[in-house]
Design a binder for this molecule. Structure first.
Ligand SMILES: [Zn+2]
Length: 370
């Protein structure tokens, strides 16, 4: 199953090579799993010879999920049984434009359908997680400067035109919260605060078991909470937002004296492989973010704070620092305190949330998307 998932679709011969199992064993396993409805087989030809191509069974079509960030993009196909069938990531240049990036998204979706041997007709819906606050009424980025190059694009309609399928869009932190609540660390609770530590800082909220998007769809803009009235200007136009201290530009400023001009991707990679300086920068950012999260914990009283995003998953110390900071700065409760844990879906939470958003439009959803 892992091999079929990894490669999308394989012939039995290729499957034997990929797994190291004998052809007879592969044939037996495929027969059993096909009978159980888990795998599907179709006859194809390879180098002029008939071959049996093995793919994951799809009962009722596929959905696509897309996560678009300031420096990268991931596209995945999922079936309606919450399985990711195939996925692919691409780095994006600084200040990439919406139209060319959405062209690449559409091409990647078509490529992935080819890779799994499915027809685009099977695509039911597309969910997009955008690393910017999205206005619910217009589907357009609601805050100037939040994702340069994307401010005047109605992502949904543009992508719908490219793919000919319904496209649903939301802020990535909101969809991260959605995924962690449905599939991850937030499953046991009804009141959940998801904190996303990434190129920008943001949050997603699940209140009373439902996603909370706010009056205009932009709830959770943690990075734009003011922490210093005399601080530097933020791209949003305000002064002293949290992200002027812990956002991408601020973090790179911190490492510049020691490392020179590096990217945040470099810093994350170094932190993950044990570079103490880079880990320290992430830990300090998490601690500072925790001071703002503590205010939210005091006001909202969530049962659980789930921490996600590349920075949190690069170094365990970041989540620990945020936990400590929340505990120290939120209202001391005599009997219970909200636990702060790392997300269990890793850096894929937002992508999985985008897939779930698309799925929620296609099947009898429990109404959790609100
Ligand atoms: Zn701001």
């Amino acid at each position: 199953m892992a091999a079929v998932k990894r490669f999308g679709g394989l012939t039995q011969v290729e499957l034997a090579a990929a797994t190291g199992l004998s052809a007879a064993t592969v044939s037996t396993i495929v027969k059993e799993l096909a009978a159980a409805g888990v795998l599907e087989t179709t006859t194809t030809s390879r180098s002029g010879r008939r071959a049996l191509r093995v793919t994951i069974a799809r009962q009722a079509g596929l959905v696509a999920g897309v996560h678009i960030g300031p420096r990268g993009l991931t596209v995945a196909l999922g079936d309606l049984a919450h399985e990711v069938v195939a996925d692919q990531s691409l780095p994006l240049p600084v200040d990439h434009r919406a139209d060319t990036t959405l062209d690449r998204v559409a091409l990647l979706v078509v490529d992935l359908f080819e890779k799994v041997g499915a027809s685009l007709d099977e695509l039911q819906a597309v969910g997009v997680a955008l690393a910017a606050p999205v206005d619910a009424a217009t589907g357009i980025v609601a805050v100037r400067g939040a994702l340069p190059g994307w401010e005047d694009t109605a992502v949904g309609p543009v992508l719908e035109k490219r793919l000919g399928k319904p496209v649903h869009l939301d802020t990535d932190a909101t969809l991260g919260a959605f995924a962690e609540h449905l599939l991850g660390a937030g499953r046991p609770v009804r009141d959940l605060l998801y904190v996303r530590l990434s190129y920008a800082t943001s949050a997603g909220l699940v209140l009373g078991g439902r996603l909370h998007r706010g009056g205009t769809g932009t709830a959770g803009q943690l990075g734009h909470v003011r922490v210093d009235p005399t601080g530097p200007l933020c791209p949003c136009g305000n002064r002293g937002c949290l992200d002027t201290e812990v956002g991408e530009a601020a973090l790179l400023e911190h490492v510049r004296p020691a490392l020179g001009d590096v990217t945040l991707r470099d810093v994350i990679r170094r932190a993950r492989t044990g570079d103490p300086g880079c880990a320290r920068v992430l830990t300090d950012a998490a601690r500072r973010t925790g001071e703002v999260v503590a205010g939210l914990v005091t006001v909202l009283d969530p049962q659980l704070v789930v921490v996600g995003g590349e920075l949190a998953h690069a170094d365990a110390g970041a989540v620990e620092a945020l936990r400590e900071s929340v505990r120290r700065n939120s209202l001391p409760h005599r009997f219970a305190t909200a636990d702060v844990v790392a997300g269990s879906l890793g850096t894929r939470a937002e992508l999985l949330g985008a897939l779930e958003l698309a799925r929620a439009q296609t099947d009898v959803a429990e109404g959790v998307t609100g």
